[in-house]
Design a protein around this ligand. Structure first.
Ligand code: SME
Length: 152
């Protein structure tokens, strides 16, 4: 898992555009664990989240999610990581894939504002541990610094 942080650091040290960063970060995160069955990076666009990069076996229909909806919207509006061990028991959950059982959403902050978030779906119940959370929060922090630089 720690190699994911190294890969993201390498990616952020390179000459990468913001849109390529989202796409390539989704690849790096997806490859980090077999439990990560679908990875998306959503970017904040006014009152919505817009899918900016993803990797997985199938596309999602949720390419634009209002900030008021879903686990994704909750994580972005509250500025906190959300882990759902069983999506079938969470009324906030917006369903994408029949096979999904658990989900983690990690906000990305740039210059103290939420600009994007990492969303991972797993087909395994309770797939996301404290270690996943800490690693993905480090990934989000590195990406947030890069996004701030790219936007300044
Ligand atoms: N499940 C998310 C929507 C995005 S899909 O998982 C790709 C949610 O509840 O916000």
């Amino acid at each position: 898992m720690s190699s994911i942080v190294r890969h993201i650091r390498d990616l952020c040290s390179s000459d990468v555009s913001e849109s390529a960063l989202y796409e390539r970060a989704a690849d790096v995160i997806y490859d980090a664990a077999e439990r990560y069955n679908w990875v998306g990076i959503y970017k904040v666009d006014e009152d919505d989240l817009v899918l900016a990069g993803w990797r997985g076996p199938r596309p999602t229909k949720h390419v634009r999610i209002p900030l008021s909806q879903g686990i994704c919207g909750f994580a972005a509006t509250h500025g906190q990581t959300v882990i759902v061990d069983d999506v079938r028991n969470d009324p906030r959950y917006l369903s994408c894939f029949e096979s999904t059982r658990s989900e983690i959403v990690v906000p990305i902050l740039a210059s103290e504002r939420i600009v994007a978030e990492i969303d991972i779906d797993s087909d395994t119940l309770s797939a996301f541990s404290q270690e996943d959370r800490e690693t993905l929060e480090q990934v989000a922090a590195i990406m947030g610094t890069k996004i701030s630089e790219l936007r300044s």
